[in-house]
Design a protein around this ligand. Sequence first.
Ligand code: GLY
Length: 360
Amino acid sequence: MNQDITEIQVTGETSYTVTVGRGVLERVPEALGDRVSKILIVHTPTVGRVASELRDALGARYDQVLLAEVPDAESAKRIEVAAFCWQIMGQADFTRTDAVIGLGGGAVTDLAGFVAATWLRGVRLINIPTSVLGMVDAAVGGKTGLNTAEGKNLVGAFYAPAAVICDLDLLATLPRNELLAGFAEVAKCGFIAEPEILDLIEANVAVATDPSTPEFKRLIELAIGVKVRVVSEDFKEGGLREILNYGHTLGHAIEHAERYQWRHGVAISIGMMYAAELGRLAGALSDEAVDRHRRVLTLLTLPLNYPGGRWQSLLAAMQRDKKARAGMLRFIVLDEIGKPRVLAGVDESMLQFAYQEIAN
Ligand code: GLY
């Protein structure tokens, strides 16, 4: 096997390979398998050139390869956009042995996954994430979904891809701020399970966040490894998978407060800093570990603070969050780096006290 290509195996309720490397799009036919004859590539305008090249490369082997260009980011995750994809598939007589490829960031793979899950009750899905966030989080694990007027990801299905192909060459032109925002999810994996990630970022952040370096590849693999281990054990979020929500309870409330104009990772960075303060107040996380959060997130130029006057509206948004169960807020906190647990039913005064630590 090519030394530069890494294969990470998802097991358990679902089974597929996540391939990480450079120039690995040539593996798409292998991932599609022998029975496919028609393919729909769902992509954003940003990766239009890659989508056309992929269509041309696959065109020689398959009966029909069609493109569905969908809006960037969250605007893709609408029922009208899914209906646009279904229409293309219907007009081209897609059958159950045909396939969907999701090519783009996290929103596109969420949409493409939903389209694949629902067409004829499920066709083959290949995810080709083109952002850091997509590679280490959205494309792996089988969460698919759409937003509604009432909130994010309220409609969806757990539907595993047949393969995930992470071509690091696709990140070369990613805007720097988007790449660094994606690193919030990489750092998250470091905090909850894989301290080597934190070591690599602290050792040399410029090298760690340069997509051309071996250190970058190692970081992406380590973060995917965390996600793969978790979803292999708990595909449908019955328990363990909840640790992936580290920093997300407050982070989602901030995204809501910012009308979803902030990048996900930027809000999650503040959410992780808050969770670290909460972990310290809850009694277990050391000052040193909290400082490590501050150091790593600062190296990634991610924010740590949010305005003090916003607490009541953030609290209200968290209480509405779908992760609040039976009216009780739930947070993932750490007892130490790599040791996450659920913290539920916390006194509001403690929640507010933790917020004061990050308020500016
Ligand atoms: N993004 C969190 C999860 O996949 O469960």
